[in-house]
Design a protein around this ligand. Structure first.
Ligand SMILES: Cc1cc2nc3c(=O)[nH]c(=O)nc-3n(C[C@H](O)[C@H](O)[C@H](O)COP(=O)(O)O)c2cc1C
Length: 371
């Protein structure tokens, strides 16, 4: 019997648990006309993916980094805080800026602003499961409205010459396979790449990402697919790449306060010293203050202390102590007191970074009159 396409897919899915062949994570690949220098992508994460996170991700081996989701309505209203998300540093490239919204025309306008800001890729969010977003018809809700989803991709692809990618969940209800129906339609509408986080929107972050769906999606489309969800180690990255045929793996939570997860996935097993951990955290604090201002950064950074200092790196009460402090220079002092040698590591790190306003603030926000 001649195997049908669906039989093929089943074979692939069954092979999912078999021992993987090695895939070279250092290999470059193309997303549209953009060359991505490694098969590792840093995930977009709201409340996390600030510029410091993205620049750090590039330094630790991510071939592509992404902004957090940016509201197309906020861009359209020239909301100052939303426009701030379009600040792009020279050493972030290649960078995808992710936009969300439910109106094709407004999404097209947002895509033009993203392109003007200097992004390399426009990413569309069809994955956000949060009610505040889905009730407006945006995020994962679009998976339930394929015609609207395709109209959005079409409008965005026609508004810019940049490649357009789409990030989606498997569907809304548990067990949904909607991504397999809508995926090829989105490609037809103009998507140059698809990222699949194969959990349902209902699952939020519970259960497991089912990458047998990623393997099925790869079979159905002729654009690169990025696999997102539960990639926490080199072994897992290798398995998912080899068994799904995805062009790249995306890492999210594993990299929060732990850029070493990225270098480990890329093949460098060295555990960071306490001095390196403190130096990276202090650099992160300084860069975030520059980006968000001291007041906003103070609250924003609190969750990062546990992420950096946990994993048995420092005693638990130390994090509690830092979270209580109200001034970031006090946080720095305490960190340096706990690992004095970190000052020298930090000096070296800062010396290696490109410096200057032109590097850090590529976007003259005033061109949009928005703040
Ligand atoms: C705190 C947080 C914020 C997120 N924000 C976004 C977002 O803005 N856009 C998006 O497409 N996905 C977002 N995600 C989903 C991640 O990009 C990723 O698909 C998901 O976390 C699964 O990957 P992981 O297991 O490597 O974390 C977010 C996830 C987390 C944990």
């Amino acid at each position: 019997m001649v195997p049908t396409r669906s039989a093929d897919v089943k074979l692939r899915a069954r092979r999912y648990d078999s021992p993987p062949m090695q895939v070279d994570l250092h290999e470059s690949w193309q997303l549209g006309d953009v060359e991505i220098p490694s098969r590792l992508v840093l995930a977009p994460m709201a409340g996390v993916s600030v510029q410091a996170f993205r620049r750090q991700g590039r330094r630790f081996g991510a071939g592509l980094v992404c902004s957090e989701m940016v509201s197309c309505a906020g861009l359209s209203h020239h909301n100052e805080r939303t426009l701030g998300y379009l600040r792009i540093a020279a050493d972030e490239h290649p960078l995808a800026v992710q936009i969300f919204g439910a109106e094709p025309a407004m999404m097209a306008e947002a895509a033009r602003m993203v392109a003007d800001a200097g992004a390399d890729i426009v990413d569309i969010n069809f994955g956000c499961p949060v009610r505040k977003v889905t009730k407006t018809g945006a995020g994962a809700h679009c998976l339930e409205e394929p015609a609207r989803a395709c109209a959005i991709v079409d409008a965005v692809a026609n508004a810019t010459s940049l490649p357009v990618s789409v990030k989606m969940r498997r569907g809304l209800p548990n067990g949904s396979r909607t991504c397999l129906e809508i995926g090829p339609q989105l490609v037809e509408a103009g998507a140059a790449s698809l990222t699949l986080h194969p959990r349902s929107a209902k699952q939020m972050y519970t259960g497991e990402a089912d990458h047998s769906l990623t393997a099925e999606l790869v079979e159905l489309v002729d654009v690169p697919v990025i696999a997102s969800g539960d990639i926490t180690s080199r072994a897992r990255a290798q398995t998912v790449l080899a068994t799904t045929g995805a062009a790249a793996v995306m890492v999210g939570r594993a990299a929060q306060g732990n850029p070493w997860a990225l270098s480990q996935i890329m093949g460098d097993d060295a555990e960071p010293s306490r001095e390196e951990v403190v130096a990276e955290l202090v650099l992160f604090i300084r860069e975030t203050v520059r980006e968000l201002g001291e007041q906003r950064a103070t609250g924003f950074l609190k969750k990062f202390y546990g992420w950096y200092l946990g994993r048995g790196r420092f005693p638990k009460p130390f994090k509690q102590e830092l979270v209580q402090l109200t001034k970031l220079d006090e946080v720095e002092q305490r960190l340096f007191a706990a690992a004095p040698g970190a000052r020298f590591v930090l000096e070296r790190l800062e010396d290696e970074l490109p410096q200057g306003d032109e590097v850090l603030l590529d976007l003259p926000i005033s061109i949009y009159g928005g703040g």
